[in-house]
Design a protein around this ligand. Structure first.
Ligand code: 3HC
Length: 330
């Protein structure tokens, strides 16, 4: 799937059984794999895919929220939203840098985003028609991101795990400011509370889809779990998210748009948990395959930004080249 012209990658190691068994022993011993360590090509490519798509998600994720920066209802809300959108851009940079340690270039990753080879999170293909969506995105989308990203702080690949530690600290602020925004709507006028409920109705199911297909459909999970890239399966993290979020909605006086949601005291080794309705997997795959409401707009925005920024990249490259020549001539 990825262009094989990996720059900076170690020459291919001989992936015989002895090498693969020794590598797995390192993983099982909870050792961190670092960029210069010999690693199976499939391990490298899995990480390039996951980290690259994670980085794309962060950058594309700036678009739905950026749409509200000029229309935030107060300076306080504008400052919080500005800070959050800037954070997401920073997360994208950390993650592109982590992916580059595996020998893939930012240009390659961007090409693969723009030509549709590489994915980004489905959640960012939904529109943000009301101000309540900015709160709901912080509360649910960043809440789901935290659920999915905290375990990645223990990912077997060192640069990814380390990038996640800083990202997760900032995601916690994102989630809190979102929840507080929704709370202010729920304690406001009846129109404001209705706007919050409408937003929850539109974002609840797409937030559950963020965790990926069900475990029976997930094609990468088993191997990613063996390599300790993933520490939990898609369904396990989805369940954790539902169990943590339903009480928050109840506290706000909002209702979850799922008539099959019910507490099951037998679930989770009798710790209890929520049973919930079937996800619309047809919608999920439609969006993943590029047919969501905003897919075309998001890619068009990313392409315009990439094209508009070409002169900056050329100028920086020319300057670096001049510096190199000056240093060589000295
Ligand atoms: N959106 C788009 N594609 C998705 C998806 C989603 N929500 N869930 C799964 N997919 C894709 C996978 O990429 C894979 O396609 P590919 O082979 O072409 O890459 C296919 O569906 C099968 O899914 P799998 O479950 O087998 O794939 P993974 O094992 O990679 O699991 C994942 C998917 C859970 C998203 C995993 O990749 C992951 O944890 N990634 C790292 C975290 C991440 O990317 N989170 C996305 C949100 S980032 C974010 O929220 C930013 C925050 O600031 C708001």
């Amino acid at each position: 799937m990825y262009s094989q012209g990996l720059i900076g990658a170690k020459e291919d190691v001989v992936e015989d059984d002895a090498f693969l068994e020794a590598f797995q022993r390192r993983i099982d011993a909870e050792e961190k794999i670092e960029p210069n360590d010999p690693m199976p090509k499939a391990y490298r490519n899995t990480l390039i895919r996951m980290i690259g798509q994670h980085a794309h998600s962060e950058i594309v994720g700036m678009l739905p929220e950026g749409n509200w920066i000029t229309r935030a209802p107060s300076l306080r809300r504008k400052v919080a939203l500005l800070a959050k959108v800037q954070d997401e851009g920073g997360h994208g940079l950390y993650l592109y840098s982590a992916a580059e340690t595996l020998g893939v270039s930012r240009e390659q990753m961007t090409e693969e985003l723009l030509d549709g080879t590489a994915k980004y999170s489905s959640i960012f293909n939904y529109p943000t028609p009301t101000w309540a969506d900015i709160g709901t995105i912080g509360w649910l989308v960043d809440g789901a991101a935290i659920m999915n990203q905290v375990p990645l702080c223990r990912c077997s690949y060192g640069p990814y795990a380390r990038a996640m530690i800083r990202v997760c600290k900032e995601e916690s602020f994102h989630q809190r400011q979102g929840y507080e925004l929704v709370q202010s709507l729920c304690t406001g006028t009846s129109e404001q509370k209705a706007m919050a409920q409408d937003s929850l109705n539109r974002w609840w199911w797409p937030s559950l889809m963020m965790f990926g297909p069900s475990d029976t459909e997930s094609q990468h999970s088993d191997q990613s779990m063996k390599w300790k890239i993933k520490r939990f399966t898609n369904d396990e993290l989805r369940q954790k998210f539902v169990d943590a979020t339903v009480p928050q909605a109840e506290h706000l006086g909002l209702s979850i748009p799922d008539e099959n949601l019910v507490w099951n005291s037998e679930k989770n080794n009798t710790q209890g948990g929520y049973d919930f309705g079937e996800i619309n997997w047809k919608e999920f795959w439609q969006v993943v395959k590029g047919h969501g409401m905003m897919n075309r707009d998001r890619i068009a925005a990313r392409k315009k930004a990439w094209d508009d920024g070409a002169w900056v990249r050329e100028a920086a490259a020319a300057f670096a080249d001049k510096q190199r020549k000056t240093a060589d001539a000295a």
